[in-house]
Design a protein around this ligand. Structure first.
Ligand SMILES: [Zn+2]
Length: 270
């Protein structure tokens, strides 16, 4: 499932659409292509100019000269730039052809499982407004994070996935950041102190930065060191201490951690 780094890499690629004019949007999938009620943006966006391609958390936002398009990649969504005459891609659900000067580009949206969304709206949608700060674009306000965690009793691992707290943190980033911070993922969020918050913030920044770098290297066909140290290693030795990595479910999500070196705040009865 795409998390902040994957969506950031897509945003950078789509940045080449900035300044282009929409020629047409074609989709036969009305689960993905949503026209927000009350929007008055004509029939097919033709003629609208793309002023900017932004991101907050896992959402992309195309700012048009009039109105917006919000794109969420769901579980399996992706954007690819092609020439307009190219054949449809496998699982292509929508295409947006744009013109810049004489060149026409075709942005193809693919999504095998169809949980993604392409929402045309005349103003910011509620899902976008509800997002908290983006840890990559806005930085992490550690004093605010400490206060917010103090209000929440659920396990820190589950709370880090709350998009109103930090937008874009997903299951993998949370697992990796807590491993780097040496914090037991079952610990109630309210037990976090200033030192923990600093360690979590450092872990988040590091894993996001390395994942973006890795994803870009993969696209460009360069070799790079995989960014994940514990994700996907249940039952294998911990990369730091050698103890066996354990797997459990926390708030419905599969979670891996090392019981030996993630010993901060082991929960009562855990
Ligand atoms: Zn360990």
């Amino acid at each position: 499932m795409p998390e902040l780094p994957e969506v950031e890499v897509v945003r950078r690629e789509l940045g080449s659409l900035r300044g282009a004019t929409v020629v047409r949007v074609v989709s036969n999938d009305d689960r993905i292509f949503v026209r927000q009620d009350g929007t008055d943006l004509g029939t097919d966006l033709a003629g609208r100019v793309i002023r900017d391609v932004g991101r907050r958390g896992k959402w992309l936002r195309f700012t048009l000269d009039k109105g917006f398009v919000f794109s969420h990649l769901g579980m399996t969504g992706d954007w690819t730039l092609r020439a307009p005459g190219d054949d449809p891609l496998a699982f292509e659900r929508l295409r947006m052809d744009v013109r810049r000067r004489r060149a026409i580009m075709s942005a193809r949206y693919t999504d095998p499982r169809r949980f993604g969304r392409f929402i045309v709206a005349s103003e910011d949608i509620d899902a976008w407004r509800a997002l908290g700060p983006d840890p990559w674009l806005d930085g992490i306000d550690e004093p605010r994070l400490l206060v917010e965690l103090g209000k929440r009793k659920r396990p820190i691992k589950a709370v880090l996935l709350d998009q109103s707290l930090l937008a874009g943190v997903g299951n993998i980033i949370a697992i990796e950041a807590l491993w780097r911070a040496r914090i037991d993922p079952r610990t109630p969020a309210a037990a976090m102190n200033g030192r923990d918050v600093r360690a979590i913030a450092r872990g988040l920044r590091l894993v996001i930065e390395r994942t973006i770098r890795y994803d870009e290297a993969m696209i460009e066909g360069r070799r790079a060191r995989p960014p994940f140290r514990i994700y996907g290693r249940a039952g294998a030795p911990c990369a730091r201490c050698g103890d066996t990595v354990r797997q459990m479910v926390i708030a419905g999500r599969g979670t891996v951690f090392c019981p030996r070196c993630q010993g901060r705040h082991a929960p009562a009865g855990g």
